[in-house]
Design a protein around this ligand. Structure first.
Ligand SMILES: Nc1ncnc2c1ncn2[C@@H]1O[C@H](COP(=O)(O)OP(=O)(O)OP(=O)(O)O)[C@@H](O)[C@H]1O
Ligand SMILES: Nc1ncnc2c1ncn2[C@@H]1O[C@H](COP(=O)(O)OP(=O)(O)OP(=O)(O)O)[C@@H](O)[C@H]1O
Ligand SMILES: [Mg+2]
Ligand SMILES: [Mg+2]
Lengths: 227, 227
């Protein structure tokens, strides 16, 4: 499904060069459940943004369903993102002047669904993350963990075939976090592909495979014992 | 040091009323190390903002060093915040167009320190959180955990007598998180007061006392066995 080959992402900062990704090669099959771990600053979010077609590599090749992503134009990338990929951002990226329902509806706007059906789907996605009573709240009228859950609901509302979740439970208490992981688990059981960035070993254990980044490189790639 | 008496914070949302804090009374002594826990949306950040003089209660009394905070004007609140309190926000609240060094320097601007001394102090605070090589980076040129660490360095740079840290390690791997907790620990050993919001039991164990919120009320308040 996803094939990364010697991917590099470099930032020029005056005299120095920051190598956010320094030669990453990775194969991900349809239906995989992959956890990405590594220290702060090791390149996890950069990797996610590249896989999610939100950014392009400095060099290297990225094949998504056998199509070379690094050569596609903005419109085509936007279409792939909207149809195939659900993304939970580490910094949520919600629209500040829209309420929770409008934020979650957004990915469905391009789907050709009627307004009524969109609202119904968005409502159910918010209820699934425990925010049935916060639909009319805007982001600054919600707690940190509530905003995170709106971001999660928005990523799931389109039933994406690839879910990229960048530390989706960082702002949640353990019980709410478990409810979210159960939703992600269910999406996986339905045959979808999950890539989860996490700092928590407990969450990484739920995945079938764990890769670890260090200084922009993959330093380990191992299959989990079970689940 | 801090005395909250029947504190309430209510938001009017059209027909409904959200009771973010619903009658909180709490005494905190100088030098205490308090952990605040509770589910997402239970009122933790709201409580922190009130204690940190960033917000005023709808009703109830807040005495800080025997002064009634709810009756103070903006200038006086700003002065107290700057002199006494270091705040690590759940959403970091960094200046987007300033780099890490400038962001960390900011609390020192009011202290009457020379520009050279300010820069030196800010530099050391950034080195202490492992960001010696990111001083010239702006927030959008850093990872999530790096931004969180800039927010931590900024809160510590003034050596505050009261540190309010709202989930300071949510975006950090465990090793980096431990380094941050060691800094907070040291601040506490120097006689300062620490209030830490966290979702992680391991971190709450380091505190001497744990209070739990649920639906805007304190439901438990217990002293830890040790450390
Ligand atoms: N401006 C506002 N208007 C309406 N409701 C608000 C507003 N700000 C916060 N709330 C509500 O107040 C409650 C408490 O919010 P708070 O941010 O204190 O929660 P929290 O315990 O910090 O949660 P988390 O662990 O998710 O960060 C939440 O249910 C939230 O929806
Ligand atoms: N626009 C940029 N310019 C310069 N350096 C950048 C830029 N964006 C990211 N970086 C650097 O690239 C490295 C990787 O960043 P990335 O966000 O992928 O880390 P991460 O593994 O997600 O970290 P965290 O766990 O803290 O979220 C970091 O050291 C960061 O400082
Ligand atoms: Mg990241
Ligand atoms: Mg909060």
């Amino acid at each position: 499904l996803i094939s990364l080959s010697d991917i590099r992402k470099t930032y020029e900062m005056g005299q120095t060069q920051v190598r956010a990704l320094d030669g990453v090669s990775l194969e991900i099959l349809k239906g995989d459940y992959l956890a990405v771990m590594g220290p702060s600053g090791s390149g996890k979010s950069t990797l996610m943004n590249l896989i999610g077609c939100l950014d392009t590599p400095t060099s290297g090749s990225y094949l998504l369903k056998s199509r070379e992503i690094s050569t596609l134009g903005d419109d085509e990338l936007a279409r792939i993102r909207n149809r195939e990929i659900g993304f939970v951002f580490q910094t949520f990226n919600l629209l500040p002047r829209a309420d929770a329902l409008q934020n979650v509806e957004l990915p469905l706007v391009y789907s050709g669904m009627s307004r009524r059906d969109r609202r119904e789907r968005a409502r159910r996605a918010l209820e699934a993350v425990g925010l049935g009573d916060r639909m009319g709240h805007r982001p600054n009228e919600m707690s940190g963990g509530q905003r995170q859950r709106v971001a999660i609901a928005r990523a799931l509302v389109n039933e994406p075939s690839i879910l990229l979740a960048d530390e989706p439970t960082g702002n949640l208490d353990s019980r709410t976090g478990e409810e979210i992981m159960a939703l992600i688990d269910r999406l996986h059981r339905e045959g979808n592909t999950i890539i989860l960035v996490t700092h928590e070993d407990d969450l990484a254990k739920k995945a079938e495979r764990v890769i670890r980044l260090l200084d922009g490189k993959i330093v380990s790639d191992s299959r989990n014992g079970g689940a």
